[in-house]
Design a protein around this ligand. Structure first.
Ligand code: SF4
Ligand code: SF4
Length: 193
């Protein structure tokens, strides 16, 4: 598999297309017992950066507000810590629901999530090749996928700082050992089912 296959991005969609409606119905079922108590919001370490709190996100899911949901950054900022899931008094699978929303955004290649989807795919490509992330290669893949020649300049000061402290080493991009290839292929197979 080459780069182009792995970081191939479908044409961007500004709003969620119709098939999302069915997926959203499934997601609504996952949080249908929400009583809007706000415990998830109070537990979430990333809530301060979210435009909708987790509680507000579930409200919009319950109301079927597709436009609001898929223009929100909230689910893309979930770091999968599971605090909300552990503390929800209704025992709802909130972390999985956040992940399900991320999957829809990635599958439909929705424009508001373009950066985070490409960032994630570039990260995983490096892990797939080497069994761990190689920072220089990861960022190179990300810049290439973004097709913005000015983007590396924005990161240059941070990159220099990290290199000067020995946090990032210079490594020539390579195909790596592909030691995790069988695991990635198995996951891809399971995702097709
Ligand atoms: S903690 Fe559970 S019940 Fe309370 S608002 Fe969040 S999802 Fe709803
Ligand atoms: S799992 Fe996600 S939404 Fe839940 S508390 Fe952690 S970061 Fe917040």
């Amino acid at each position: 598999m080459n780069h182009a296959q792995i970081i191939e991005i479908k044409p961007e969609s500004e709003i969620a297309p119709e098939p999302v409606i069915d997926s959203l119905a499934e997601i609504r079922n996952m949080v249908s017992a929400c009583i809007q108590c706000g415990t998830c919001t109070g537990s979430c370490p990333n809530a301060f950066a979210m435009d909708l709190t987790p509680r507000q996100l579930w409200y919009n899911v319950l109301m079927g507000e597709k436009e609001t949901i898929f223009h929100s950054k909230t689910f893309s900022l979930c770091s999968v810590c599971y605090y909300c899931t552990l503390r929800c008094p209704r025992g709802l699978p909130l972390t999985e629901t956040m992940s399900a929303l991320k999957q829809i955004a990635a599958k439909e290649n929705l424009a508001p999530y373009k950066k985070s989807i490409r960032f994630y795919k570039s990260f995983m490509e490096s892990v797939r090749r080497h069994g761990r992330v190689r920072e220089m290669e990861f960022m190179t893949l990300y810049f290439l996928s973004m097709k913005n020649p000015l983007m590396p300049l924005q990161f240059a000061p941070l990159g220099m700082k990290l290199m000067s402290k020995g946090k990032v080493s210079f490594e020539i991009p390579s195909k790596g050992s592909n030691a995790l290839e069988s695991i990635f292929l198995k996951v891809e197979e399971l995702e097709q089912r």
